[in-house]
Design a protein. Structure first.
Length: 177
């Protein structure tokens, strides 16, 4: 299979993270992954690296744990620190079809961003525009008034309806940024 055949279309891509460093003398890279505990990349997968200048590189990548919370990547064909340094800042994408199905009650961020957020009475509060990862993820909404609101406690999320394309939160879920 050629690299072009393995390269997912832009609409089929899901961003997993980015290359943010070089590790060692064998061309490994440090990765910042949106979900560093995911096992998706523990086996070699076809991915697309989008370099800071917009060029794309289809390749195979396998991640492994590094010291502490580091995640390291081994990219086929990258064998020197200089080659790895040329990938710094590259965004890492994978085909949606390569992702495992989420467990019940779990969702991929890319499936949530863009959904309207409603209160229990059905009044639109805003649109989910970003999920800031952390010990507890923070959801950021844009309101019709142009304000940013945050949901800092996901216990206030009452329902996520991907089929109906909406998220329902409790009345006291939001705080202003």
């Amino acid at each position: 299979m050629s690299a072009d055949e393995r390269t997912p279309s832009v609409s089929d891509r899901v961003r997993l993270g980015e290359v943010n460093g070089v590790f060692g003398v064998r061309g490994e890279v440090r990765l910042f992954l949106e979900n560093p505990t995911s096992s998706t990349l523990r086996i070699a997968r076809d991915v697309v690296l989008v370099l800071p200048d917009g060029r794309e590189r289809a390749c195979r990548l396998r991640a492994r744990s590094g010291a502490g919370k580091r995640v390291l990547g081994i990219i086929d064909g990258v064998q020197t620190p200089e080659q790895a340094a040329g990938l710094m800042g590259a965004q890492l994408f994978i085909a949606r079809s390569e992702l495992p199905e989420p467990e019940p009650g779990e969702y991929y961020v890319h499936d949530l961003v863009g959904l309207p957020v409603l209160n229990p009475e059905g009044t639109a509060l805003g649109v989910l525009t970003e999920v800031m990862p952390g010990v507890k993820d923070v959801w950021v909404l844009d309101t019709d008034a142009g304000e940013k609101m945050m949901i800092a406690s996901l216990e206030n999320v009452l329902a996520v309806d991907l089929v109906g394309r909406r998220i329902v939160v409790s009345a006291d879920a939001l705080s202003e940024e």
